[in-house]
Design a binder for this molecule. Structure first.
Ligand code: ZN
Ligand code: ZN
Length: 417
């Protein structure tokens, strides 16, 4: 590769959208004033990208896998392993991982799935769970708290399966469920065993937590006790080749979402945490952009993601989404002003569309603009879904992004002689 050349994937989470009548038939991206995105589009090479496949709505986890070149259709076995890695559990291939909530129950009835958004004491509660439920029927149960009511659980043993039904009913006012093998589980015996372990784990957490001093104190203060752990989102940990090994690029990730950060950890990227990167509408986009520039000092490749556009999309709030897009524009502006793009290329794109009119992820392709070295600039003048559709890239797959970017920064090896 060209010595010192740098590659960046800069993602506005869920930034793609659909035309809105409120915006005279424009999308939020098309309607917002985005001088820096437009500059990148005008001087760069544009196109559309299907994160996974045409018409296939992508999650943030599967989309980021694809954008980094790991086929989610082949490798994705649930989000649990990324969640667990994100809270610091060294997940191993074959582990079955879950994300968990500390919750409040009365009998079997879920009173609050987040235990009154418990803020303190979960370290002590988790330690008690680890002591009393660290091993069940020969299966190691590794349990770690995360922020507030969140936690992760990893089951480690031979012969487990992630193909079990949920315990967490995902709503309050109803009973929590017993895990059962999924009907089409590939290995029904393994799923049966895993479900039994999980049900026993949940039963023990109920017993251990209900009488724990942290919860006695909470009750005395009139707060809801965190008296059960409800696992959900089971996933089997797969072997994924570390990103650096795969592409020969020293790689960093700067993202706001735990789940994607967990993927970065899983791929052994250097995961950089940025003060002020809140993952919300109030995030400090310039702090994120500065962190990208700083990380490129000793890395060849950085993936960055600003979460905010996705939030406005989910909330059906086009003004919030447009404000978030302005943040992405300012962050990209900082990069354009502060990096040497004669020796770097940035791909500015989204991990999926989250149209305001849908309120969730959709299967629409996302715009992509490459700016920097190695390009063949096209005639596109502004950044957006329909302008980029006319660009020189045409339509590409998320799975090809790392190869395309590596080619621009001359980091690809020739296939064949
Ligand atoms: Zn996303
Ligand atoms: Zn989303």
């Amino acid at each position: 590769m060209t010595p010192g050349s740098k590659g960046i994937i800069f993602i506005g989470d869920g930034m793609g959208g659909r035309p809105l009548p409120e915006l005279s038939g424009k999308t939020t991206l098309e309607a917002q004033d985005t001088p820096s995105l437009d500059l990148a589009a005008r001087e760069g090479e544009c196109g559309l990208m299907d994160p996974i496949a045409p018409g296939r709505p992508a999650g943030s986890d599967t989309a980021h896998m694809a954008l980094l070149g790991y086929d989610p259709l082949e490798y994705y076995r649930g989000r649990g392993p990324f969640e667990a890695r994100g809270v610091g559990i060294a997940v191993q291939p074959g582990d079955v991982a879950f994300r968990c909530n500390f919750a409040t129950v009365e009998g079997r009835k879920v009173v609050d799935r987040r235990a009154g958004r418990i803020k303190a004491g979960t370290d002590e509660l988790a330690a008690a769970v680890s002591q009393g439920a660290g091993e069940i029927g020969g299966v190691q149960c590794i349990f770690e708290p995360s922020v507030e009511h969140r936690a992760a659980l990893v089951l480690r043993a031979e012969g487990l399966s992630h193909q079990i039904t949920e315990v967490d009913p995902h709503e309050a006012g109803v009973d929590y469920w017993d895990a059962k093998p999924e009907q089409d589980a590939e290995d029904p015996d393994a799923a049966q065993r895993t479900a039994a372990i999980i049900n026993e784990f949940v039963r023990r957490t109920r017993e251990i937590l209900d009488k724990h001093p942290v919860n006695q104190a909470r009750r005395e203060r009139g707060e809801l006790p965190a008296n059960i752990v409800l696992p959900r989102g089971a996933g089997t940990a797969m072997h994924l080749q570390p990103l650096e090994e795969r592409y020969g690029l020293r790689s960093a990730m700067i993202v706001e979402v735990d789940l994607v950060r967990g993927l970065g950890e899983y791929l052994k990227m250097d995961v950089v945490r940025v003060p002020g990167a809140t993952g919300g509408q109030d995030t400090d986009e310039i702090a994120i952009a500065k962190a990208v520039v700083a990380a490129l000092g000793d890395h060849d490749f950085v993936l960055a993601n600003i979460k905010a556009p996705d939030l406005g999309g989910h909330d059906g709030d086009y003004q919030a989404k447009m404000e978030a897009i302005a943040k992405v524009d300012r962050a990209v502006g900082y990069l354009l002003d502060n990096m040497d793009f004669s020796a770097a290329t940035v791909a500015i794109t989204a991990d999926h569309s989250t149209p305001v009119s849908v309120g969730d992820h959709s299967g629409d392709p996302v715009p992509i603009a490459f700016y920097g070295m190695g390009l063949r600039p096209d005639d596109v003048q502004t950044y957006g879904e329909r302008p980029c559709a006319k660009g020189g890239i045409g339509r590409m797959r998320g799975m090809d992004l790392m190869n395309v970017l590596s080619n621009y920064i001359a980091a690809s090896e020739k296939f064949g002689a």
